[in-house]
Design a binder for this molecule. Structure first.
Ligand code: ZN
Length: 196
């Protein structure tokens, strides 16, 4: 078995954990996009990049002389989960704050999302019925389903703004994406220091 620890940054002789200043030199990441993992919504990151106009997506790998992947030109990282919910993305946002200096978190919910096919009570009841598990307190109730797109997007921006896992200086944007036309519509934004 190969010694897998050779692939860890902390084990590299040149890596200085005590003076780590982020990986932005390798990847100029400045935005996190949270969207649904529905394959019909897979063009969302590109639509967001086009909307802002100053993002690089998908970008390309940067290789050193030996062909090692030492960086990438992409500026936008994506988090995909059921519904594109902020609740599921909090761990990613907090981790990226350690690894990068970034500016924006973008939430995108999309038309005909599976999360609009039920209400929270249906999910809770179904789990109880089929798996004998009570999940009512395990997932933020308002993050279980999408009952109204405007409310779900605004809810997720508030969840991000109020979470200790999201740095207070981060700019938040919320969008609705129509999967058939590809149209992206801004629903809300929360920019620190600016009037709403
Ligand atoms: Zn969806």
């Amino acid at each position: 078995m190969t010694n897998l620890s050779q692939f860890e940054f902390r084990k590299q002789p040149w890596f200085d954990q005590e003076h780590f200043e982020g990986f932005n030199q390798a990847i100029p990441m400045k935005t996190i996009v949270i969207h649904c993992f529905d394959p019909r919504a897979s063009e969302i990151p590109q639509a967001v990049a086009n909307y802002f106009g100053d993002e690089v997506y998908p970008g390309e790998n940067i290789l050193d002389a030996d062909g090692n992947r030492v960086g990438n030109t992409r500026t936008m990282f994506t988090v995909s989960n059921a519904g594109g919910r902020a609740f599921s993305a909090l761990q990613s946002v907090a981790t990226m704050d350690y690894l990068f200096h970034f500016e924006k978190v973008v939430v995108v919910h999309h038309s005909f999302c599976g999360a609009t096919a039920f209400e929270p009570e249906h999910l809770i009841h179904s789990f109880h019925e089929h798996h004998h598990a009570d999940i009512a307190t395990l997932i933020d109730h308002d993050s279980m389903a999408i009952l109204d797109f405007e409310q779900s997007v605004k809810h997720d921006l508030e969840l991000l703004r109020n979470s200790p896992l999201v740095p207070k200086n981060i700019k938040l944007y919320g969008f609705f994406y129509e999967i058939n036309s590809g149209q992206l519509t801004e629903i809300a934004r929360d920019i620190p220091g600016e009037n709403q």
